[in-house]
Design a protein around this ligand. Sequence first.
Ligand SMILES: *[C@@H]1O[C@H](CO)[C@@H](O)[C@H](O)[C@H]1NC(C)=O
Ligand SMILES: *[C@@H]1O[C@H](CO)[C@@H](O)[C@H](O)[C@H]1NC(C)=O
Length: 380
Amino acid sequence: MTTSSASSTSSFLITALRAISASIVVMMFFSTNTNYLRAEAARAFFVFGDSLVDSGNNNYLATTARADSPPYGIDYPTHRPTGRFSNGLNLPDIISEEIGSESTLPYLNPELTGEKLLVGANFASAGIGVLNDTGVQFVSIIRIYQQFQYFQQYQLRLSALIGEKEAQRRVNGALVLMTLGGNDFVNNYFIPLSPRRRQFSISAFSELVITEYRKILLQLYDLGARRVLVTGTGPLGCVPSELASSGSRNGECAPEPQQAAAIFNPMLVQMLKGLNQELGSDVFVIANAFQMNMDFLKNPQQFGFITSKVACCGQGAYNGMGVCNVLSNLCPDRNVYAFWDPFHPTERATRLIVKQIMSGSTDYMSPMNLSTIMALDSRV
Ligand SMILES: *[C@@H]1O[C@H](CO)[C@@H](O)[C@H](O)[C@H]1NC(C)=O
Ligand SMILES: *[C@@H]1O[C@H](CO)[C@@H](O)[C@H](O)[C@H]1NC(C)=O
């Protein structure tokens, strides 16, 4: 009796201990998990570059490069234009979603004050390029060095809110997105009567752009950026605008802009590799936007698109001429188009791109993808 009571007591104890240790494991799991989420949610996100990532800064400027009238934003949660060059969300929005943050506000948006500053900021401006003379036709846009001046101003405002030391910690710990370079070709080198084209061959021009881009990225590092996603150019010759202007007959991509992308992107990869070596750290991570786009541009049906040639919103051949506005042709279902307007992807295509940014192999993300970055950085 005593023996049996003792053994039942001890088996009770063991069961209890098991239950306690299991709940400790569960608690540890949940607490590390929420710490991880909190750390990630608290991580700031900064965005620099052109229309692929502008979330509305140009709404506040006297420029023709704008997306603040219908049907832009038709599939945005509010169904209203916001300045994003998309039918719905754009690249930074979807990255914010993935890292568990709210979208960063455009730097010029007056709502970007107080606690909102902690989320980060979007400094991008449609029309700009690496070179200062890219986008002159759009009049008043925020060129990259001006974006950096705003970033410095932002850091002063953040310091006033949380103190200088904490502000610097947040900037160093932030995720940064830089999307630049496409306009140096499509809105500079390849425009009719371009002076740059008379001056340079495609490869000499690419070298010039890379030399200037390197200075830009070093300045970004000097301003405190320590984890920067740099997107290479997409297939420049395959956008509906280039199909239309090159007189593509059967949807074949314009050869010269394609050649430019094929020359520029590998130079960019090498330049970033060199910078990381020099800095002794994987600060710059290249996203192979060319390949990410080519996958669904080559096999649209496989990805649920009915076309990867014709823009949803536009006019003329491939809906690739002029701008997208209320008078344009508009497709009824944006989910089956790869291109929203003559230059920019639909939200659905952008989601495919972000999928590769998150978990793509080294062919897409080098030296690592964003899931790996998040796992690494959550440990520091
Ligand atoms: C572009 O403009 C910035 C700021 O005005 C200047 O510092 C930079 O040297 C210029 N770049 C070139 C290549 O002229
Ligand atoms: C990218 O992310 C996934 C996780 O989503 C991982 O399994 C994969 O190994 C990563 N690839 C590289 C090259 O880091």
